[in-house]
Design a protein around this ligand. Structure first.
Ligand code: DC
Length: 220
């Protein structure tokens, strides 16, 4: 069974998806990590962001694997490095590359094949898994999302002002929503889940009970 969770940056998708997957005993797929890993690798190889073919080629060939909570490129653990502000700032060049997206969507489908999986991103319910059994679209107000992001960065030792987070968030929203392919949008059959004022566990509780309603009787 496939459960998709899409939504804007800072809506809490990763934390919710990870915890929901653990509760259900499903695999968890962080698709943003794929775009980030390609961007990280392109930077390491000094690939020009104007070189669409090289970016596409890298997305097609990068030896990207997930080992539990860790993200690996070859045998190198990139879990932390792909979350740096530098990588965050350039990942859009990969996300905007239509052919690179096609390779990554293909990889997402291969990883999900025959699995019970919770997958999160921007286009999981619309492009990658249009036939998924359960689709969610997490939202939160811009102010709440920025506060969460600021707290997350502070916890990682990267203090930033709320005004800076809000400005960057606005830019990312704009890019995510207007991307030619894989734009951020709820699938027509997605359940919209507003999360303002809710704790992580309250959101996960809500999603878990909705998913369990779809599960066969054998899985209480
Ligand atoms: O969720 P995140 O911040 O880790 O995503 C990193 C970038 O990748 C962000 O710019 C949006 C993009 N992305 C995407 O275009 N499609 C996805 N399925 C997941 C992420």
């Amino acid at each position: 069974m496939i459960v998709t969770i899409d939504g804007p940056a800072g809506a809490g998708k990763s934390s919710v998806a990870r915890r929901l997957a653990a509760r259900l005993g499903f695999r968890f797929l962080d698709t943003g990590a794929m775009y980030r890993a390609v961007a990280w690798a392109a930077t390491r190889r000094a690939i020009s962001w104007d070189d669409d073919h090289a970016i596409e080629d890298l997305a097609a060939r990068l030896p990207l694997t997930f080992d539990g909570q860790r993200v690996l490129v070859g045998d190198q653990d990139v879990t932390e490095s792909i979350r740096s502000p530098e990588v965050t700032a350039v990942t859009r060049h990969v996300a905007d590359n239509v052919r690179a997206r096609a390779h990554l969507v293909d990889l997402q489908r291969r990883l999900a094949c025959g699995q019970d999986i919770v997958t999160e991103g921007r286009d999981q319910g619309t492009v990658a898994f249009p036939d998924a059994a359960c689709k969610f679209f997490l939202t939160a107000s811009p102010a709440e999302r920025a506060r969460r992001r600021q707290a997350e960065l502070a916890a990682r030792g990267q203090p930033v002002t709320l005004a800076d987070v809000l400005a960057q968030q606005e830019q990312r929203d704009q890019r995510d929503q207007t991307r030619a392919v894989g734009a951020l949008a709820p699938a027509p059959d997605a359940r919209i889940v507003p999360t303002d004022g809710m704790t992580l566990d309250q959101v996960v509780d809500q999603l878990e009970s909705l998913v369990r309603a779809y599960l066969p009787q054998a899985q209480p």
